[in-house]
Design a protein around this ligand. Structure first.
Ligand code: IDC
Length: 495
């Protein structure tokens, strides 16, 4: 391993694998998590904050949507055609095995605008074809303009970063040294400079954000009329280079989001714009300083908040057991409070947990997945698990065999609710949903119930069954005798 002066805990280690290095990492994790947790406690003492999301992304029928799906997929990042290694049959498998209704689909700026001002319609055709697979199955899609470490051009072999085109990567001759953990490339001078040039902190490249916003406008004009595409995730895991924290988030990040939302709204009035905070820090439980982004569309703003959750002990390779479990639980609770506060500050916007995930061979991994989905249900967040790639983080092995993750992700959830969701919870073979019915909604409330857990169908209390499709596990319900009630509580259990 090459030690870098910029990376404190790694520079104290030797080439020997194992205890020394992981000991140092564990120490760093404990210290940072303790600081983060203290920050969270301080914030909690200041103000209790909201308990759940104030609103939901809606579909064309006016129903509140609960997103349940994957980021699809990491394999698209460096693929020459920019597309994930994912077929229509793979989508069928996922639909049958986990009843998903949503995808955070990875796209990249390098593919949309391969040279300055030149847009690749062929690539957008390929994306549109994938979108149609989802649309045909009743899914909703969020297009995610993905980047990690700015671009493939940060190293000559293209083996690390992804996202931006090479022509938009200005490192000004600064070096990028090697690391074994991909995140550590964020501390390399060349990578930092590439971001500083994009954010125009250097004052040298005001044109880059204009290009970015315009690339989004091209994407939006292509998908504006596709109802299945409900959201645009404007930038994966923004990173501020030499500007960090609130200086970055309230400054150039908010400005870039505003520029991009304005560009999108010239061609697409309806698709939600999803904003991410600075990832470094927020993913571990620190607060966000993101500023307010205006959306001038008729009928009210369609801005959403799409943060990621990666507790630090897990970033460093720990599972969810022993001392790490307590640290992770602490992270989940401060992260949740910070997410709800930021969504409130952005205008009471809907929330999608755009990424969380882990190597599910680690101890306690499935309990962690369960805990995060329970948190998301009780706070009204949609979820996209990272990721729909084969292997130890994903739902399937390379040969298509279902992995342990499938059983935890195959859980009851409300897919689309004809009204305003107040609260919902689910467990094995049961679901409780409280909502305020909306008589204007043009379609019924749809609930996914894993068919295996409901072999004799569901029993519903508090609403009428309209239909039960055992093969798909889809239950539709309509409010019962008391349509005037403020809110109704529906309890569903296995017959
Ligand atoms: C990871 C991939 C990994 C790849 C790395 C860099 O799993 O194979 O080498 O990206 O491209 C994120 C990012 C997401 C990461 C994911 C897991 O948004 O792209 O994927 N992660 O590390 N943020 C925190 C974790």
């Amino acid at each position: 391993m090459v030690a870098s002066p910029a990376t404190g805990w790694q520079s104290t280690t030797t080439v020997e694998e194992g205890t020394v290095r992981w000991g140092a990492r564990a120490w760093a994790a404990t210290t940072i998590v303790a600081v983060v947790a203290a920050g969270g406690v301080a914030a909690a003492l200041r103000d209790a904050g909201p308990e759940r999301a104030a609103s939901f992304i809606t579909d064309g029928q006016g129903r509140s949507l609960v997103q349940h799906g994957f980021s699809t997929a990491g394999s698209a990042k460096s693929a020459p055609d920019g597309l994930p290694d994912f077929s229509e049959a793979d989508l069928d498998a996922e639909h049958a095995d986990m009843g998903t209704n949503f995808v955070r689909f990875l796209i990249s700026w390098r593919m949309v605008e391969p040279s300055p001002g030149v847009y690749d319609e062929g690539y957008l055709d390929d994306v549109a074809e994938r979108v149609s697979w989802y649309a045909d199955r009743g899914y909703h899609v969020m297009l995610d303009m993905h980047q990690d470490l700015w671009s493939m051009a940060i190293t000559p072999d293209g083996a690390h970063g992804n996202g931006a085109p090479a022509w938009a990567t200005y490192m000004d001759g600064l070096p990028v040294n090697d690391h074994d953990m991909w995140e550590l490339y964020y501390l390399e001078p060349g990578v930092i400079r590439a971001f500083d040039n994009f954010w125009n902190t250097t004052g040298e490249h005001p044109e880059l954000q204009q290009h970015y916003a315009h690339a989004w406008q091209k994407v939006a004009s292509r998908f504006a009329d596709e109802d299945a595409v409900v959201a645009y995730d404007l930038m994966n895991e923004p990173y501020g280079g030499t500007l960090q924290g609130a200086r970055f988030e309230a400054g150039p990040l908010t400005q870039m989001y505003q520029l991009t939302v304005n560009a999108i709204r010239e061609v697409d009035a309806d698709t939600w714009a999803c904003l991410e905070p600075q990832a470094m820090g927020f993913n571990w439980g620190l607060p966000s300083g993101l500023g307010f982004v205006e959306d001038s569309r008729e009928g009210g703003p369609r801005i959403a908040f799409c943060p990621h959750l990666y507790p630090l002990p897990m970033d460093l390779g720990d599972g969810y057991s022993g001392s790490s479990k307590g640290l992770v639980d602490g992270t989940i609770s401060v992260w949740t409070a910070n997410t709800l506060r930021t969504a409130e500050a952005l205008g009471g916007v809907p929330i999608i947990l755009g990424e969380f995930g882990l190597d599910t061979t680690l101890p306690g991994a499935l309990d962690y997945v369960d805990a995060v989905y329970d948190m998301a249900a009780s706070t009204g967040m949609g979820v996209a698990y990272w990721s729909r790639d084969d292997g130890s983080w994903g739902p399937y092995d390379e040969d298509g065999t279902a992995r342990n993750l499938v059983s935890v992700l195959d859980r009851p959830y409300p897919r689309a609710v004809a009204g305003e969701i107040v609260e919902w919870t689910s467990g094995d073979g049961e679901l409780t949903l409280e909502f305020i019915p909306d008589a204007e909604a043009k379609a019924s409330t749809e609930i996914y119930l894993p068919p295996d857990a409901f072999p004799d169908g569901p029993v519903v209390d508090g609403a009428e069954i309209e239909a039960w499709l055992p093969s798909d596990g889809i239950l539709t319900i309509v409010p019962g005798s008391d349509p005037g009630a403020d809110s109704i509580t529906v309890t569903i259990s296995a017959a």
